[in-house]
Design a binder for this molecule. Structure first.
Ligand code: ZN
Length: 242
């Protein structure tokens, strides 16, 4: 960032604002369902039944009330990655994002621990936590004392404290979830869990490496190098059919 001239910074600011305005734009609110309605058949239906607001750009983002700013931050990153793969591989991905607080999360995905991002089967919904008090951040923070000095240095060089990196990890795993969507949208049917996880992370990492290299370094430092918990490696955040 410090290498950018003022003109480029201004352009970047305009581009970011434009992406927020154009891409992550119009807000709507879904009506509450009638009481006593039966359980929804899909995650998307369950999200809609929460009666929470949403905004629509390249992707529709539902968010728990009070977390619009967080939802828009995530939307900017997800849509940038989505556009990156549209430009590079002509992938047209259809999916929805839900940024939920704990209460909404437990209604939509009670099988998932709060804070662990995931993607559902069709219609695909990428589920992300609205707050950092979930298993991913807790798990990452627990690794702080075990991280090697080189890993801590890499996190610092990326511009983050360990605690900030632990929270940012949510966004980066969000890109991994988008990677699952892109894998399928590109026509790849991974033959195994490990190849599915590899491809999802590769989509996320390759985008970060080119567009946000400091976040690519953070991603590696906070996951591979710090010894991420095993649930990240087993595909526990995926529906069975993926
Ligand atoms: Zn995955």
């Amino acid at each position: 960032m410090k290498l950018l001239c003022r003109q480029k910074l201004a352009f970047l600011a305009i581009a970011v604002l434009a992406s927020i305005g154009a891409g992550c734009g119009q807000r709507t609110t879904v009506e509450q369902p009638a009481p006593g309605q039966k359980s929804p058949a899909t995650r998307l239906a369950a999200v809609r039944e929460l009666g929470i607001p949403s905004f629509k750009g390249k992707v529709t983002v539902y968010y728990s009330a009070g977390y619009e700013q967080r939802a828009r931050e995530l939307c900017v990153l997800v849509e940038e990655a989505q556009q990156f793969y549209e430009d590079h591989l002509q992938i047209k991905a259809e999916f929805t994002v839900a940024v939920l607080s704990r209460a909404g999360w437990e209604r939509v995905a009670p099988e998932m621990p709060y804070g662990l991002p995931s993607v559902s089967a069709d219609p695909q919904v990428v589920l992300l936590p609205a707050t950092p008090d979930g298993v991913v951040v807790e798990g990452a923070l627990a690794l702080r004392g075990k991280a090697a000095a080189a890993t801590l240095a890499k996190i610092e060089q990326a511009g983050f404290t360990f605690e900030e990196g632990a929270e940012k990890l949510i966004d980066l795993i969000g890109l991994h979830e988008l990677g699952h969507v892109l894998t399928l949208a590109y026509g790849i049917r991974p033959p195994s869990r490990w190849s599915n996880e590899f491809l999802a992370s590769y989509f996320g990492y390759a985008f970060l490496r080119e567009k946000h290299p400091e976040l690519a370094n953070l991603f590696v430092a906070m996951t591979h190098e710090s010894g991420m918990p095993r649930w990240r490696q087993t595909g526990a955040h995926l529906p069975r059919r993926l």
